[in-house]
Design a protein around this ligand. Sequence first.
Ligand code: ATP
Ligand code: MG
Length: 453
Amino acid sequence: MLLLALSNITAMDTERIVIRIKTPDGDMDSTVDCPSLLSFSDLLNAIRDVMPEATITAFEYEDEVGDRITVRSDEELKAMLSYYCSTVMEQCMNGVQPEPLHIFPRAGKTPGIRNIHGLKVNTRPSSASSCGPATVEKLPNNSLKKSSAELKKILSNGQINEQNIRYQELLGHGNGGTVYRAYHLLGTRALAVKVIPLDITVEQQKQIMSELEILYKCDSPYIITFYSAFFVENRISICTEFMDGGSLDVYRRISEHVLGRIAVAVVKGLTYLWSLKILHRDVKPSNMLVNTRGQVKLCDFGVSTQLVNSIAKTYVGTNVYMAPERISGEQYGIHSDVWSLGISFMELALGAFPYPQIQKNQGSLMPLQLLQCIVDEDPPVLPVGQFSETFVHFITQCMRKQPKERPAPNNLMDHEFIMLYNDGNTEVVSMWVCRCLEERRAQQPQPQPHSVM
Ligand code: ATP
Ligand code: MG
């Protein structure tokens, strides 16, 4: 049975955690035995016990950069606990005494505060909500300067610009650009900034900016959050949420129970995009990102035709994850995304690209002729002995040569393999990411100690 007892204990192990409820009258520690059994309503009741006067409907916790995350359901509670456990693991590995999990109760709005007249507000995220307070730009009175400032405004989406970000680390190069970890001067959030050089006209730049507008509408836990984009000279910088586990292409063979949970998130992310009538068009392991909280998110989907075309002009080659019909130049549809999903997961399961005759060196672009085997041959099948029947079936269905024979979005969600792992357990992915990062760190050469004369 669940035990939620108020005490001052701060010790912590995997069977027991301490939750610190931050109330206006001071902190209250609660020890939770078997956190995996804790439900949202149990915790809410415990908060209501310590704050009987307030109408508590939700609570918040802080992530690694101090942003408040709201918890309103069992699923969000699980995500919080899984994030907390990974933080504790990291602290233990660094020899640091773990802190209790701090939560901040949130009172429900009183009717007077609610928007009873249904007034519409601009829902576009401002820097105040994403990366600190907005900066107010004063425009000079000179009309020439004004028009160039206006153009600059058109060529930037959101409040982040070149002046208020600082680059920290190179994360990787892709076919079109270079990705850096950065931070915003007015905020604490880590950013991933993709910088793509583009030799295009101002009109084309404007078109890209207007096509990127749709990214503000994307609001899914399975899609990377878009913060801002701006042009400086002939380069576009696209700022998104940073994922501390990076992309899946750098992980070795992934075992099926981890891959199953990742597949659920990827299928949910794709289904979400398709529901907005967006085709991803570039589903591949390097566009699937993970973090130590166990979240899996899709990035680099083709919302801007102009951007995709401009990159394609500079980088020649065909993507090895493309469906056979696309390699043959036929029409692209949801089914082509499904093929790419299948081949990506087959590669992640095998730890090698499923067509051995295709040697992927750097990147995923190849001369078209070398991909003819994908069009001509029967698709590869996962070895049955090494993987479960349901996983083999899932991949085989996604990689049917005939696009129409591949599962439609609702059939993907209803597939036994997806249903089996659709259990909201983010801990499995979280623990796996933490372990892999730890192994990677251990393999890195240790700095030589300096001898001080
Ligand atoms: P393509 O240009 O075809 O998309 P790619 O996906 O390999 O190829 P990029 O998208 O430029 O290349 O990304 C380069 C690398 O940067 C990725 O492999 C990934 O490791 C890292 N990366 C990209 N976005 C993020 C992010 N939001 N958080 C953390 N790492 C990221
Ligand atoms: Mg990418």
